[in-house]
Design a protein around this ligand. Sequence first.
Ligand code: GLA
Length: 416
Amino acid sequence: MKNQIISLFVLALCLSIGTVEAQSKAIDGTLLAPTPPMGWMTWNYFADNINEKDIREMADAMVSSGMLKAGYNHVFIDDGWQGGRDNKNNIIADPVKFPSGIKALADYVHSKGLKLGIYSDAAPLTCAGYTASLNFEEQDAKTFASWDVDYLKYDYCGAPDDMEVAKSRYKKMADALRKSGRDISFGICEWGDRKPWLWAGQVGGQLWRTTADVRDKWKSLTPVKKQSELHGTGAGILDIVDYSQDHASYAGPGHWNDMDMLVVGLYGKKGPSGDLGGVGCTDTEYQSQMSIWSILNSPLAATNDVRKMNAETKRILLNEEVIAINQDALGKQAVCKIKNDLWSVFVRPLANGDFAIAILNRSEATQNSKINFAELGLNGNFEIRDLWEHKVIAKGKKWNGKVKSHETKMFRLKKI
Ligand code: GLA
């Protein structure tokens, strides 16, 4: 009897894993989002003041700055593009902001080698009050497909709190996208409030937000007891790390924990990420965001003005060795092996047998780190490559060194 129960449990587990993967199948049978999606998103820089001219300029800059070459291959249009519905109830773009229409914009970004993302919401209106898709799921999915859109971020403002309703509204849109005749990856954005890591893959999402919106700051000034309180206090980089790190087992190729946009290079620019205490971060803190988002397999959506990036922002966003960890084919999210007042230390295995580790100094002062790799479960001798210094720094079973306040060291360990 006991064995039968165990077999049934294993079967149920296999079926549920199978379901997640089946839900992420592209039309040709390959996987949608086999690695975390990357790109540039309009929201933090422009809010809803978007238009086709600025987006084309950003697309051009994605190419000329090296962002596309480094892997940032989407332009994600966020809220504010909508102009209501026509007399056949087809959703339309705002004719003043997008006089050439979204299809022309998609053609333009595709001609640059980029993909186009768009945005809607599982209610009548979006978070910023624009026309959304509830009860028009199939019609809107067909419209997005006819525009050659590649990705949909689907928000949850104006929708009921209940988890079952959320599941069914997201499933409805995921099914509509699958029926649309085009591969459109699906980003679920209900901010982690209904534990989407438990169900978002099964209902057809390729990624799901884990927390409230990121603000351009290190951490919430008021301590919170649960992640949903971050909606009120504002989620900083460290808060999102702390509230996303436990969901590693739910992520993998085709289904990712989305820690929200990168704020790298925003420097406290006013806008949505400047609200709720988003006064800006130091480059050291931005380097930490890039490191932890990469080791935890989060999608990487830059939101700074890529038309004018300073040298530090480029150094951080275009670090191809760090991006390679994020995009590693194994798709295994790092787990947090050490967490205390001073440190968060993350470890993940990589497809070629190497390991990546990230050592984050959470404290307000420089600290001396003494890490024996064995305490992270990594036995043997390793060659240690510093992915921010771009060189091999040592060989052995441990690493001792200084880590500045809020800095993250990121190493690739190769067994020797
Ligand atoms: C919500 C989302 C944000 C952004 C805005 C747009 O707050 O979480 O990422 O899309 O809506 O209104």
